[in-house]
Design a binder for this molecule. Structure first.
Ligand SMILES: [Zn+2]
Length: 301
């Protein structure tokens, strides 16, 4: 199994979780092989940046990579050429990074292969985060997940917290999810001592659609954002979402946003000062398991 974090250097939760895995998992207890990469984009991790300081490359927009197109695409190319063929499935850890906070969520890129899609759903259900964000096939064509799918590899990712920091609850959800995935795929056995203190069997995730046009609330002003809802809150269409105030005006807001659809507040902007084009919230409407499985049902492979 391939496990990676630090794809974006300012996302720290997975970097901690994979260090813990290296420290606590006993190689003698592993069936098969674990490939653990806590700092996938090393230069970005060292610089605590989303992108590489060497070439400004966003690794998760650089797949399938190219050995002759700069360091970031070279990393992507190495993963595709040398690591994907060594793995039967994979999981990449992300978070909201420096700019946003996510609910603790799995992330499922629907595949154009029905069988692969079903295996990805199995993986993300085993991970069992409180939520699973779902995007349709081809929505993120140059990321690691889609590239793994192109190689026929079951592969999912997750988004745990963010805001340039690390919370104990996000670490706990990520660590427990990782152990569940290892157990479900028989990489570790039920008698593994790491499982003894965890409630491993109660995983259940809520699938949410974050690809709809009505998901995002975006400001068109420079100003001060006043959010009215916290992450994980259920909101309804037409409900007031927040205000943006001008920095030199003190009474009426420049704009008042309302939610365009029902859903859970899945992503919230970190910084209060905003610029035109900044996303303030992302709301995800609930999807049933059948709706998620159907995303891969009209294709073959
Ligand atoms: Zn990321």
């Amino acid at each position: 199994m391939l496990l990676s974090a630090g794809n974006h250097g300012d996302e720290y939760e997975g970097q901690c979780i994979l260090r813990r895995a290296i420290r606590e998992l006993d190689a003698a207890d592993i069936n098969g092989r674990l490939i653990l990469l806590p700092a996938l984009n090393g230069p970005a991790v060292e610089a605590a940046m989303r992108t590489s300081p060497l070439d400004e490359g966003n690794l998760n927009r650089s797949f399938p990579g190219d050995p002759d197109a700069g360091p970031t695409k070279a990393i992507a190319g190495f993963v595709v050429t040398h690591l994907f063929p060594m793995a039967d499935f994979g999981l990449d850890f992300h978070s909201g990074g420096s700019t946003a906070t996510y609910v603790n969520t799995g992330f499922l890129c629907a595949s154009t292969s029905a069988e692969l899609h079903r295996r990805n759903v199995d993986l993300i259900e085993a991970f069992g985060a409180p939520y699973t964000m779902v995007v349709p096939p081809g929505d993120t064509a140059t990321d690691m997940d889609s590239s793994a799918h192109q190689a026929g590899l079951p592969f999912v990712s997750c988004e745990l917290g963010g805001a340039g920091t690390v919370s104990a609850s996000a670490l706990d959800i990520g660590w427990t999810g990782l152990l569940r995935v290892l157990l479900k795929n028989r990489v570790i056995t039920p008698d593994n001592p790491l499982l003894s203190s965890l409630s491993i069997n109660d995983s259940k995730t809520c699938f949410i659609d974050v690809a709809s046009d009505s998901s995002l609330i975006t400001t068109s002003h420079h100003g001060l954002f006043e959010p009215l809802h916290e992450l994980g809150t259920w909101v309804e269409k037409g409900q007031k979402a927040g205000n943006v105030y001008g920095l030199q005006s003190f009474i009426d807001p420049l704009e008042t946003h309302t939610f365009a659809s029902d859903g859970v507040v899945a992503i919230k902007r970190r910084d209060s000062l905003v610029q035109p084009g900044d996303h303030l919230y992302c709301v995800g409407g609930k999807l049933t398991r059948e709706q998620v499985l159907a995303l891969g049902a009209n294709t073959t492979g």
